[in-house]
Ligand binder design. Structure first.
Ligand SMILES: Nc1ncnc2c1ncn2[C@@H]1O[C@H](COP(=O)(O)OP(=O)(O)OP(=O)(O)O)[C@@H](O)[C@H]1O
Ligand SMILES: N[C@@H](CCO)C(=O)O
Length: 356
């Protein structure tokens, strides 16, 4: 039997886009790829859980990414899906080669892409053909609780996401994680006990139109801000005027970004936020200065600017002059002695499985 091979391709994403904290996600054209080979003719494997993991890309040199299939975020998520379906390990003999250009901990949804790719990997290697994209979303939300990055990475495009309140019997299931990311390997170190399957229909999404003239300039500082840390600095309660401020803008944002030709003044207004960016300034030197000084009036081609996800990447939406915009934003970071990389990205399709 010839080895089976396929590629899972998952986009990076930018969450929030200003006021849409934990709601809005935008899939962008930089992709995590899993090159998977399964040799089902083999009867035994020398690798733990029948899976050899190799990695190239971001964090490769620092050795930040574990190659142990029970610890690596992508393969442990796949194992979680498999174990929910009474498959304790990968098929003999599986090789997962991860190609990851998405910078880690920078606000471009590296963990969301890893979770989505991992869930898809579990479905493919386990031949779990009944799992629909909507059901895969439930599995993702058992691991990453905010739906914006995983929704964009799974479904693609410019999306609004929302969670359905859990039924009382699901709330009572103490094994359902309500924290951000499972602290322990999903599914646990193999104890032989079947892990908890997700409740059905936890998360939902809706796709918004996107004006084709609009591109996303990502300015990526060299330092990391773990999402968990960027959530710890947020308050548990907000002043009512700040909530109203964001509600007014979130009602505008999907309309403003779908209109062609784009209206810079409207988009600039629609991208303002008072719920997360002001608090994250403490972790991202220069953030307030960038958000307050970069306007369509001062920067031709610019439509609006925001923190990408939990940061520290800055996302500028623009119709031209990308290099000038990036250079200006990088100059604010340079004042703080912070180097940056930058890229022009476009909205991307969701997760795909490519077979030769
Ligand atoms: N391809 C990958 N393989 C394995 N682990 C990964 C991969 N990508 C991300 N991770 C894990 O996710 C962590 C980064 O997650 P974190 O949520 O802090 O940031 P992010 O997802 O890049 O940013 P944001 O959520 O703000 O968009 C990494 O440190 C690593 O542990
Ligand atoms: N909505 C999340 C995205 C994190 O990637 C946050 O801002 O914390």
């Amino acid at each position: 039997m010839a080895p089976e091979s396929f590629i899972i391709k998952t986009p990076c994403s930018s969450a929030n886009i200003g006021p849409g904290f934990d709601v809005i996600g935008l899939a962008l054209s930089m992709y995590l790829e899993l090159h998977v080979t399964i040799d089902r003719s083999k009867t035994a494997s020398e690798h733990p859980l029948n899976c050899r993991v190799t990695y190239e890309g971001q964090g490769e040199e620092s050795g930040d990414i574990s190659l142990d299939p029970e610890i690596n975020l992508i393969t442990r998520v796949a194992l979680y899906v498999l174990r929910c379906h009474d498959q304790r390990s990968f098929p003999v003999e599986t090789h997962v080669h991860i190609k990851n250009p998405i910078p880690l901990g920078r606000g471009l949804g590296s963990s969301g892409a890893a979770v989505v790719a991992g869930v898809q990997l579990g479905k493919e290697v386990g031949q779990l053909h009944h799992l629909t994209p909507e059901r895969l979303f439930d599995y993702c939300l058992m691991i990453e609780r905010h739906p914006d990055n995983v929704g964009a990475a799974l479904f693609g495009g410019f999306v609004g996401t929302y969670l359905k309140p859990l039924a009382p019997e699901d709330v009572a299931r103490t094994e359902i994680p309500l924290s951000e990311v499972l602290p322990a390997p999903a599914g646990g170190i193999d104890t032989g006990v079947k892990p908890p399957s997700p409740p059905h229909g936890i998360g939902h999404h809706i796709k918004f139109p996107w004006a084709t003239e609009i591109k996303a300039v990502a300015i990526i500082p060299e330092f990391e801000v773990p999402t968990a840390k960027a959530r710890e600095v947020l308050p548990s309660h907000y002043p009512r005027p700040d909530v109203t401020f964001n509600l007014q803008r979130i009602a505008l944002l999907p309309v403003a970004l779908g209109q062609s030709p784009p209206d810079p003044e409207l988009i600039y207004l629609a991208m303002q936020d008072k719920l997360h960016q002001p608090y994250r300034q403490t972790l991202i030197p220069g953030l307030t200065a960038i958000v307050e000084s970069m306007t369509p009036a001062t920067q031709p081609g610019l439509l609006g600017v925001c923190l990408s996800g939990a940061g520290p990447t800055i996302l500028a939406l623009a119709t031209g002059n990308y290099e000038e915009i990036a250079t200006k934003i990088m100059s604010y970071f340079a004042e703080q002695k912070i180097q940056c990389d930058w890229k022009v990205l476009e909205p991307a399709e969701g997760t795909q499985v490519i077979r030769a």
